[in-house]
Design a protein around this ligand. Structure first.
Ligand SMILES: O=P(O)(O)OC[C@H]1O[C@H](O)[C@H](O)[C@@H](O)[C@@H]1O
Length: 303
């Protein structure tokens, strides 16, 4: 078996309405939807999944899939909570979709590069003629996905326009875990955060983060590395970011889980989002001709 996969395999598969790419190496398997360039799942052989995909996920055109790694761009979350310069890029005061415009658009696979131990896929957003709805700025958006002993995603924005562009963004990673009640997130001690569930008050993290209720926080000035201890599955998940000094930590807990689309009532116990971001005072300002990249790598290790 091992020798068959000495060269990684990439095959096109359909998940209901969505064309996807399934990637297999000797040690791991990855599934990516072309829509949204959305990583849907990632699992290392013999291990529980590292990236969570909802058992109620729907694979429909025009609808982001619950789970995986949705790309939030050119704004994160509620546009009205974004810095004024980011809000000003949208030329309409009408309601704006949460998390921007690209997670349910078509992307195009540009390239597949394989060697004996790795596969890289390069996706590009198919920018609609005239730009995104009410967002007429010529910014190219690419997502590079590399699978080797780790999974690495790198989102690059390139401003092809003649004026500066301000944006916020996130790689909205849904991590899979054994039991949310037992996990702890290390690496945030002493960090500032915005408690979005309490009037967006600014607070400071003390010690490791544990989960006892709905959590929706924006950490600012974040370090490049986080570790999630998951005793139930006997492992740590390591996440290393670059080009990012902010991160969202989200778990909907019981009540919000019931209101979420494509989400089983008890699924909050088995997932946690740690979203590698550029939000609030970490927003990106791109001068004409300039590019910026946001990236993370994910891997697992012993407890
Ligand atoms: O339901 P969605 O639009 O995919 O958003 C899911 C979640 O994304 C982020 O983590 C936000 O901080 C949450 O407030 C939001 O509920």
């Amino acid at each position: 078996m091992h020798s068959q996969l000495a060269t990684p395999q990439v095959e096109r598969v359909e998940m209901d309405e969505l064309p996807c790419w399934r990637v297999k190496t000797a040690t791991a398997e990855l599934l990516v939807a072309e829509q949204g360039a959305q990583v849907l799942s990632y699992q290392r052989n013999g291990e529980a999944p590292l990236i969570w995909l909802s058992e109620q996920a729907g694979f429909r055109r025009g609808q982001s899939v619950r789970g995986g790694v949705p790309v939030c761009w050119p704004w994160f979350g509620d546009l009205t909570r974004n810095p004024p310069a980011v809000q000003a890029m949208r030329q309409s005061t009408g309601p704006a979709p949460a998390h921007g415009e690209v997670r349910n658009l078509d992307w195009r696979l540009l390239d597949i590069v394989k060697d004996s131990g790795s596969v890289s896929l390069a996706f590009e957003l198919v920018r609609p003629a005239g730009g995104l709805p009410h967002w007429p700025h010529a910014v190219d958006l690419n997502l590079a996905i590399r699978l080797d002993e780790r999974l690495t995603l790198c989102l690059t924005s390139h401003n092809r326009d003649d004026h500066p562009v301000a944006l916020t963004q996130a790689l909205h990673t849904y991590l899979a875990l054994g039991d949310i009640h037992q996990v702890s997130l290390e690496g945030l001690d002493g960090q500032r955060y915005i408690e979005t569930l309490e009037n967006w008050e600014e607070r400071r993290q003390q010690g490791e983060l544990r989960f006892t209720g709905e959590t929706d926080r924006i950490y600012l000035g974040t370090p490049p590395k986080f570790t999630l201890r998951d005793p139930a599955w006997g492992r740590r998940i390591h996440l290393a970011a670059s080009g990012s000094h902010s991160a969202i930590v989200w778990n909907p807990w019981i009540d919000k889980a019931r209101r979420l689309s494509q989400f089983a009532d008890d699924a909050w116990q088995r997932m946690l989002c740690i979203e590698t971001a550029n939000v609030l005072d970490d927003a990106v300002e791109l001068a004409p001709g300039k590019s910026a990249s946001l990236a993370f790598s994910l891997w697992s290790g012993p407890l």
